[in-house]
Design a binder for this molecule. Structure first.
Ligand code: KIV
Length: 289
């Protein structure tokens, strides 16, 4: 299967076809997500929480992101790949944003980058797009600002806040974003934003009317129990399955049933006899010259 392209993703909105996006952070899961036919893989800075054990996404560095994104691009052959710009990698200056975003394309094989924010990042988005870097916006609950929000809370609940969010979506489109993630907002607000822009909206906790949906892989597979947002549907509960498999391994090693003949390398009887004989002979001292 050929890799999807960004123009193909954009045209899915006009064609009324829903877009799927899923996060991934390593080669094994990137292959599985790709095999499932997901349209876009986001190497999200959520890796800080689900892979690195931080309480928020804030401590994640560019080096963390570049390394994981490169692993994902080695595993995924079909999906459009998006690298998430971590906190501090694009806010400091236009040049920092360009340098860091370029790393995702040059070192990690990403097709595009995502960054959080509305009007305040519009100039940065424009600079990236003008310099050949495709960008996905991210509005609503932007987790890098979790401290300012006072927690992972639903956003854009008042009419003013909803208007600001829709204006931000329009501004991001005008700056050149090819898509916008809308996180944790009431469904009708995301529906209005989706109606008013031509680029696809990708919802997470934003109701059914967005052009596409994204979730965090570890939430979907039941591999992360520390924090479970209301919108995160668990499609499989792999945690207990993994523990059960590891407990069986632990038991079999302790009682000697693993490794068995099937999982061991054996020798022919003749080879074994020759080996035993060779080991039985006294070792000749090395000649000192
Ligand atoms: O980092 C991430 O995984 C994200 C998604 C939640 C959209 O930004």
């Amino acid at each position: 299967m050929d890799r999807l392209t960004i123009p193909q993703i954009v045209s899915m909105k006009a064609e009324g076809r829903k877009i799927t996006m899923m996060t991934a952070y390593d080669v094994a899961f990137a292959r599985l997500v790709d095999d499932a036919g997901i349209d876009m893989i986001l190497v999200g800075d959520s890796l800080g929480m689900v892979m690195l054990g931080y309480p928020t996404t804030v401590p994640v560095t560019m080096d963390d992101m570049v390394r994981h994104a490169a692993a994902v691009s080695r595993g995924a052959k079909h999906a459009v790949l998006i690298g998430d710009m971590p906190f501090g990698s694009y806010q400091t200056s236009r040049d920092d944003a360009l340098r860091n975003a370029s790393r995702f394309l040059k070192e990690s094989g990403m097709d595009a980058v995502k960054l959080e924010g509305g009007h305040e990042v519009v100039e940065t988005v424009r600079a990236l797009v003008e310099n050949g870097i495709a960008v996905v916006g991210h509005v609503g609950l932007t987790p890098q600002r979790v401290a300012q929000f006072g927690g992972f809370k639903v956003q854009a609940k008042s009419a003013d806040a909803a208007r600001r969010l829709i204006d931000d979506c329009i501004a991001l489109q005008q700056a050149g974003c090819f898509s916008v993630v809308i996180e944790s907002v009431p469904a009708p607000v995301a529906a209005l934003a989706t109606e008013r822009i031509a680029i696809p909206t990708i919802g997470i906790g934003a109701g059914p009317d967005c052009d596409g949906q994204v979730l965090v892989l570890h939430d979907v597979l039941g591999l992360f129990g520390d924090f479970k947002p209301k919108f995160a549907k668990r499609y499989a509960d792999l945690g207990p399955i993994v523990v059960e498999a590891l407990q069986q391994y632990d038991r079999e090693v302790r009682d000697g049933t693993f490794p068995d003949a099937e999982h061991s390398f054996t020798m022919k009887d003749s080879e074994r006899a020759a080996l035993e004989q060779a080991l039985a002979e006294p070792r000749r001292p090395k000649k000192v010259v």
